[in-house]
Write a protein that binds this ligand. Sequence first.
Ligand SMILES: Cc1ncc(COP(=O)(O)O)c(C=O)c1O
Length: 500
Amino acid sequence: MTAYTKIDNCLSTRSGHLFIEECDTVDLVKKFGSPLFVFSEKQLRENVRSFRKGFSAFWPGGEVEVLPAIKANWILATRRILSEEGAGADTYSYGELHAALTAGVNPEIISVNGGGKQEDLIEKCIQNNVRITVEDLDEPDLINQVAARLGKKAKIRFRVKPNFPELRKPTDFAQEKVTIDIGIQVYKSGIPAQYLPELGKKVLQMSNLELVGLHFHGGRHDPSLWYWENLMRGYAALIAELSSAWGGWQPKEIDIGGGFAIYRDPHNKLGLRKDVVETWLTWPLVKLLGFLKPGLRYKIMGKVLPLFSKKPNRKMAPTIPEYGQAAAGTLHRELSRLGINTKGVKLQIEPGRCLYGNTGIHVTRVKKFKQQTMPMPWNWVLTDTTYFFLAGGMYEYQFNHYIFANRTDDKPKYVADIVGHSCYGDRILPIVQVPDVQTGDLIAMLDMGAYQEVSACNFNALPRPATILVNGKDSEIIRRAETIEDVFRRDVIPERLIRR
Ligand SMILES: Cc1ncc(COP(=O)(O)O)c(C=O)c1O
């Protein structure tokens, strides 16, 4: 009988192997090589449906539109799946807008964010009738001018920055140790509440602009429902204040941005704050041992450091329906209480990490299990990937769940660093438990669907890996692996240097 354990809707282990949908990851690597990003079509469709359903249940006023943050994943094939599901897109740059339009997103539900928009981008937005989310005080003037030149009316929203004095817990988004309200203030995007009454009055007089709604994105400062309830209370208060300042203005759409945590929540688990605690514990010991001979010092530290071995996060984040209740439910309740009519008002959400995260895994092959016993005992599982292929996650100090994909039933045997093969330290998963590792074993890192694949770079002249989409038993390439020629494709050696 086949031993089957469900990990996720798309992930399971069967007789010692990790499956994504109906595909054995071991076979995928045989077919497509390693390392590999693998995405599940089923999970992607399920997630977008779950967001729509989970938020609609608590937003009785109007439609809920899901505008996934394309920055988290701008692969055209995955994006096309979301377009089929009727999702819009939150885009940031000219390139992201291009990706959204190419992948068939309905322009009416594309929001173009970002400060300092240049005229070419504004023109493209107006020509394509997408929403322009205004971030700078002088932006409306420029949009109005471009729209007038094109003989069109631009649909805009203000990206607002409400005040949240109650959010006094430490943020785990900024690396400084500050409270969430300060973390939100120092974030460059959004127009502070204090500027908006005047700005709105001015914009409402501009003949080539239509102010259709408001936008707010706080980001993932905290995974809790407490955070979302407070965000929405503050946002509702600002909406009511602006409606009154603008003579009873009614939003047609309210966008609450993204920032919902991935369920297994790898975010910032290798972060600086933890390092500070560990430093306080280990540094006195390191100093104390300074009196000993190096050999003895290394031996002791080689035994002590593995005691700090880490396990991926066990405290799961809220589910999508729970976020729906906390965010949409609180916003609806507060707006109604403050006298804002939500009938017919669209609620827009822009999940990035939480929508894409668990749709993708990264599979890497073990090149070598490297052990040293002298002078300091240490173990490394050297893989054929690198944290430069996972840059977005590294930047956020993510500590992902991982599975030895060809030996899922094996018990841990060693403590080791799982490292990449660039010449940096490349500690992808430092000081973790590993089984009796062999060359050729496969490691799958979970929740790699957001930010990683799209942030991979070529350090050490390493060609970026292929990306695969699975659908049931089928698997197809959706981004081919780079060749060494691709890596050097942009290089130009001036003729005079060739001649020498
Ligand atoms: C405007 C906007 N919306 C949505 C997102 C997605 O955020 P997350 O991936 O945390 O859900 C971002 C991320 O930076 C953003 O800037």
